[in-house]
Write a protein that binds this ligand. Structure first.
Ligand SMILES: [Zn+2]
Length: 352
């Protein structure tokens, strides 16, 4: 391939190849795309994707403002990457292809990651006889202590796992088996952060043991028994979806009502979200412990060469991807007035 022109438009690779056959010797462009794409007939999926794209872009612009105010070039760069996530799409063979930023806070990428996690772990959980849902919390802290607090919580959890593993090897205890997700809530009234774990363990004995050892390790200064929770799981699939869902929450109820009884005006606390993203950086937000997966969780990306394709570019004004060469839209998604109102008026970059 001598006439090769590699363009790096958001990771897409574009090749000019000379067509060997036929009467026409002009170069015909082909395009290499990664992944399997998504079938275009799944219109609801596409509309959801358009909604996530809109949310991600609007929130990213605010997060970029926060990064600038905090003079954090690294986070600013990663928010710009996410802002551009899936800006360019390719339509071919009835499917849509695009490149992902793979950032944790990107709602486009995290929806795909969540589906992969559920796919990987559901079969394991279905095998557990009597799984329990455990919430391990720690005393709330101000923004300046958050990074340190998160590191210490992860270290504390590791100590408990190692201790029980050793006891199990000596034949004096059980090994802990489960999944854990790290989440952090922001309390806009008190301006504090509450990092905590959502955990699924294989049985009640493990759940009780975790709560007991967590409280004793952290001492009553940081963790009281009343603040921890362990409940039996009735619907295993729902429990898994719940803990996967928690790890990337963007909207906060400003009145701090209980989950499910959300107030009328959800807020995005962009500066607080920035603090949480920074505190989680470099840590695993979702992880398994005590078992290995039978399935391989990460597949090598597959590359396909396309010769007949259409290019699309995201247009923020249209809330949609628009085909190059004509003004046809891909999803015809129209955001609800309330969603637009929240995104225009309810993103707070001040409180943290
Ligand atoms: Zn992304």
């Amino acid at each position: 391939m001598e006439h090769q022109n590699v363009l790096s438009a958001f990771g897409e690779r574009q090749f000019n190849t000379l067509v060997q056959s036929g009467t026409n010797n002009s170069p015909k462009q082909t395009k290499i795309v990664a992944g399997e794409g998504i079938p275009i007939e799944k219109e609801i999926g596409l509309k959801n994707r358009a909604k996530r794209k809109m949310l991600t872009q609007k929130i990213c612009l605010k997060l970029i403002d926060v990064s600038e105010a905090k003079q954090n070039e690294r986070s600013k760069k990663s928010f710009w990457n996410t802002y551009h996530c899936q800006n360019k799409l390719v339509k071919a063979n009835g499917r849509i292809y695009g490149d992902f930023c793979k950032n944790r806070f990107c709602t486009l990428c995290s929806s795909i990651r969540k589906a992969a996690i559920i796919n990987t772990y559901l079969t394991e959980i279905l095998d557990w006889d009597n799984p329990y849902f455990v919430t391990l919390t720690c005393k709330s802290c101000p923004a300046k202590s958050l990074k340190n607090r998160v590191t210490q919580m992860l270290r504390g959890f590791r100590i408990i796992l190692d201790r029980n593993k050793k006891r199990n090897q000596r034949g004096t205890g059980i090994k802990l088996v489960g999944l854990k997700a790290l989440e952090c809530n922001f309390n806009p009234i008190r301006k504090t952060y509450n990092p905590h774990f959502h955990i699924i363990v294989a049985n009640k004995e493990m759940a009780d043991l975790l709560v007991e050892q967590w409280c004793s390790l952290l001492t009553s200064k940081f963790a009281t028994k009343a603040a921890q929770n362990a409940t039996e799981i009735w619907d295993k699939e729902k429990a898994l979806i719940e803990i996967v869902k928690y790890s990337s929450k963007i909207f906060t109820d400003p009145e701090m009502k209980k989950r499910g009884k959300s107030g009328q005006n959800p807020q995005v606390y962009a500066a607080a979200l920035h603090n949480i993203i920074e505190a989680f950086r470099g840590h695993r937000v979702f992880d398994r412990f005590g078992f290995n997966t039978s399935k391989k969780s990460t597949k090598e990306p597959k590359y396909i060469e396309l010769s007949d394709y259409e290019n699309l570019t995201y247009s923020m004004e249209d809330f949609d991807w628009v085909f190059s060469g004509n003004d046809k839209k891909l999803t015809n998604y129209m955001p609800a007035a309330k969603t637009l109102d929240i995104l225009s008026n309810n993103i707070d970059t001040f409180n943290e």
